[in-house]
Design a binder for this molecule. Structure first.
Ligand SMILES: Cc1cc2nc3c(=O)[nH]c(=O)nc-3n(C[C@H](O)[C@H](O)[C@H](O)COP(=O)(O)OP(=O)(O)OC[C@H]3O[C@@H](n4cnc5c(N)ncnc54)[C@H](O)[C@@H]3O)c2cc1C
Length: 439
């Protein structure tokens, strides 16, 4: 039996690991540097608007995340989003409704030739698509070609129009930047993942991490400064308002991001220096705007191809995600900056970012102009790991180089696809490995 475990970080991965370890009988302490649970997951309420400030979208394919919600007794909170997907083409939003398949051949989103090339490409790649686990892409690392981008692969397989108007915006949705900055594996992973319907959690995604934290001993304002392996397990040093402390435990799960985790557990960087050397971060700013009228589009995600707008990554119509995100008759719209331009936007004031966002949103949805009544800006200088060409190979190298029999386990979304599903899975995997080790 695993008796005592220290978990570093009360993000989704750390909380999941802690919850599964506690289920198996361990005594768990979660040390969190910040003042609240959730890490990158967060929900803020502004008037009648419920704003998910970090992650936004999940699919019915998030099997581990949805099972976790069910285990927490919260399955009644899972809801389907609107099925309609928007695509920006020629400066306007085209709604694509998978619920009306007879209309799909006629959508002006793609030309007839592009639709045929898309179908042919998907048929050609169908076994490769079926073979990729969208939330464990490190296991498909051999398909990751460091010399070719997702844009090259998409143009070869589907032709230029599909590459620009379908694959590129799908990469922006799932990677944080366009196909020119993404690995070929992500094309297969995104096509696999996005064949599942979109779902959400009533009350906001932060509800899940809040509920997990309520079931655990989480110490906030506790910054871990070192994790050392000892003859009997681990010694974890941390600092809080009252000073420096040390906890001895049988094991430790690190749920902090790579850049923070390497500071406290140097084995992570020394195991495979190539990973850290090549690592680029996803950088985003999200701007959520409330409007006192409804937008005309019925879509929840509105995909924005790079050729249409290099700066605006993606738009979510949150009121079409779930009715509780905006007051009746209102709209809540979130728009993100693309990773490649975010550095140039981080120093802008909230007001400047609000005006930038409103210019694009109201250009696409002129019916909203003059009705803005709320805005929330969230800056993410380190939002995740950029899955650029070669990333999955380096990730596999790191995973192989880490000690597998030690008392320290890494959770987090490092080896997945930067998603809540991969954070959940790797949290569970870290917990299971510790339990197995001490059985
Ligand atoms: C803007 C944005 C949009 C996203 N969109 C989506 C989406 O639509 N769908 C999706 O599935 N995923 C999305 N993601 C990704 C998703 O949020 C993450 O994959 C997931 O939340 C990662 O959880 P985690 O626990 O691994 O890491 P984190 O949430 O980063 O948690 C790490 C925790 O460790 C704490 N910590 C760090 N260092 C220390 C230390 N030394 N001592 C103590 N505590 C420490 C941090 O404070 C933090 O709370 C998005 C992320 C961002 C930022």
């Amino acid at each position: 039996m695993m008796d005592s475990v220290v978990v570093v970080g009360a993000g989704l991965s750390g909380l999941t690991a802690g919850y599964r370890l506690a289920e198996s009988g361990a005594t768990v302490v979660v040390l969190e540097a910040g003042p609240r649970p959730g890490g990158r997951v967060g929900t803020e309420v502004h008037g009648g608007y419920v704003v998910d400030t970090g992650p936004d979208a999940l699919t019915a394919g998030y099997s581990h995340y949805l099972k976790l919600i069910a285990d927490l007794g919260l399955q009644g909170r899972v809801a389907d989003t609107a099925a309609v997907i928007g695509l920006v083409r020629d400066g306007r939003i085209i709604d694509i409704d998978p619920g009306k398949p007879w209309r799909l051949p006629f959508t002006p989103a793609l030309s007839w030739g592009a639709k045929l090339r898309m179908i042919a490409g998907i048929l050609r790649q169908r076994s490769a698509i079926a073979g990729v686990d969208s939330y464990d892409m490190v296991s498909s690392a051999s398909l990751d070609d460091p010399e070719h981008t997702a844009a090259d692969f998409a143009a070869e397989q589907f032709g230029g129009e599909v590459a620009d108007y379908l694959i590129d915006p799908l990469m922006r949705l799932t990677v944080g930047s366009g196909a020119a900055n993404a690995s070929t594996v992500n094309v297969l992973g995104a096509l696999r993942a996005w064949s599942s319907s979109l779902q959400t959690v009533r009350g906001g995604l932060g509800f899940v991490t809040d509920e997990l934290a309520k079931r655990l001993d989480v110490r906030y304002g506790a910054t871990v400064t070192r994790v050392d392996e000892t003859a009997t397990g681990v010694s974890v040093g941390y600092r809080d308002q009252s000073g420096e402390h040390e906890i001895a435990a049988d094991g430790c799960v690190i749920g902090a991001m790579y850049n923070r985790a390497t500071e406290i557990w140097p084995t992570l960087s020394s195991a495979s220096p190539a990973f850290g050397d090549k690592l680029r971060h996803v950088k985003l700013i999200s701007v959520s705007l409330g409007y006192s009228v409804r937008a005309a589009t019925a879509a929840y995600p509105v995909l924005v191809p790079t050729v249409e707008n290099r700066e605006a990554l993606l738009i979510f119509m949150q009121h079409n995600k779930c009715a509780d995100r905006a007051p009746a008759g209102h709209s809540l719209v979130t728009i993100y900056t693309d990773t490649t331009v975010t550095d140039g936007y981080l120093d802008r004031t909230d007001r400047e970012l609000e005006l930038w966002a409103a210019g694009i949103v109201e250009g696409l949805c002129p019916e909203l102009a003059g009705h803005r009544d709320m805005s929330v800006v969230t800056r993410w200088p380190v939002a995740g790991y950029l899955a650029d060409p070669g990333f999955w190979r380096h990730s596999r190298g790191l995973l192989a180089a880490l000690p597998h029999d030690g008392p320290v386990k890494v959770a987090g979304d490092l080896f997945g696809a930067g998603s809540m599903e991969s954070a959940t899975r790797w949290g569970e995997r870290a917990a299971a490995e510790l339990v197995r080790r001490n059985r």
